[in-house]
Ligand binder design. Structure first.
Ligand SMILES: Cc1cc2nc3c(=O)[nH]c(=O)nc-3n(C[C@H](O)[C@H](O)[C@H](O)COP(=O)(O)OP(=O)(O)OC[C@H]3O[C@@H](n4cnc5c(N)ncnc54)[C@H](O)[C@@H]3O)c2cc1C
Length: 221
């Protein structure tokens, strides 16, 4: 594990924090990938949890966007208390989500993190194309990086809220119809990332819609 210093710790939403962390020399990853992460204390150093890089490979620092669950009394509860100057431990880099071509990105909550890095990457290269993001959350206050996505994607940024009705946003859970309405023509890729129940439901909907497995890229959070 590599010991790295936290450069900045800032809130993103009411329960999500963003950590800017020193980048080890020669450190490499692909947008969408994650790393085994631990707290640098005797009590927590062996509790590895995966977190996704939301920075770009060429940036001079690493960035993580992390949802904190205080009620679990686990690692993220501790992460919520970190501040600049503290250190963290970084291990192996891994992850199944990579950009394979134009398509629909479907995220639930903190499952949007691999897509932050991918969309930043596409935006920087001027290759956003007709990629769309369908982002499912409970409430409006839970939407991570709303301004960023709205700015770069405009009407290709579709929000759906399960516990709140808000003008201009869908209400309820992701349905087959909602997915089908976002996709024109054949050949689109589907990128899915979120908590287990959402993943299960969306993968079944994609199967029912007849999307071939090789066009689905997914990871469970
Ligand atoms: C490849 C990958 C990349 C990821 N990247 C990110 C990321 O960038 N940002 C991010 O925010 N998250 C990310 N996650 C999810 C993140 O790893 C988990 O949220 C994190 O590990 C939770 O750690 P924890 O110690 O707080 O809680 P856990 O280890 O999940 O839980 C601690 C204890 O809480 C209890 N518990 C567990 N689940 C629940 C539940 N649903 N309800 C009630 N109690 C529960 C259990 O008793 C458990 O032992 C990623 C996951 C994967 C697989």
């Amino acid at each position: 594990m590599k010991k790295q210093k936290i450069l900045e710790a800032e809130p993103v939403t009411h329960n999500v924090v963003r950590l800017k962390v020193e980048k080890p020399k020669g450190f490499e990853f692909v947008p969408g990938q994650a790393v085994d992460f631990a707290l640098d204390t005797p009590e927590w150093k062996d509790e590895l949890r995966p977190f996704t890089f939301t920075s770009l490979p060429q940036d001079d620092h690493l960035e993580f966007t992390i949802k904190v669950y205080p009620e679990r009394h686990g690692v993220t509860d501790q992460i919520g208390k970190l501040k600049a100057g503290d250190s963290v431990l970084l291990g192996d880099v891994f992850g199944d989500i990579h950009y394979k071509g134009n398509g629909l990105f479907i995220a639930g909550g903190a499952g949007v993190t691999p897509f932050i890095s991918i969309f930043r990457h596409l935006n920087r290269k001027g290759e956003l194309g007709n990629n769309k993001l369908l982002f499912a959350n409970k409430k409006e206050e839970d939407i991570i990086d709303r301004k960023f996505f709205k700015n770069i994607l405009g009407s290709n940024f579709i929000n759906i809220l399960s516990q709140e009705e808000v003008d201009g946003m869908e209400h309820g859970y992701i349905t087959k119809e909602l997915i089908a309405n976002q996709v024109e023509g054949e050949g689109a890729h589907f990128y899915v990332c979120g908590p287990p129940p959402m993943m299960e439901a969306v993968l079944k909907e994609l199967k029912d819609l007849g999307v071939p497995k090789e066009r689905i890229v997914h990871e469970e959070f």
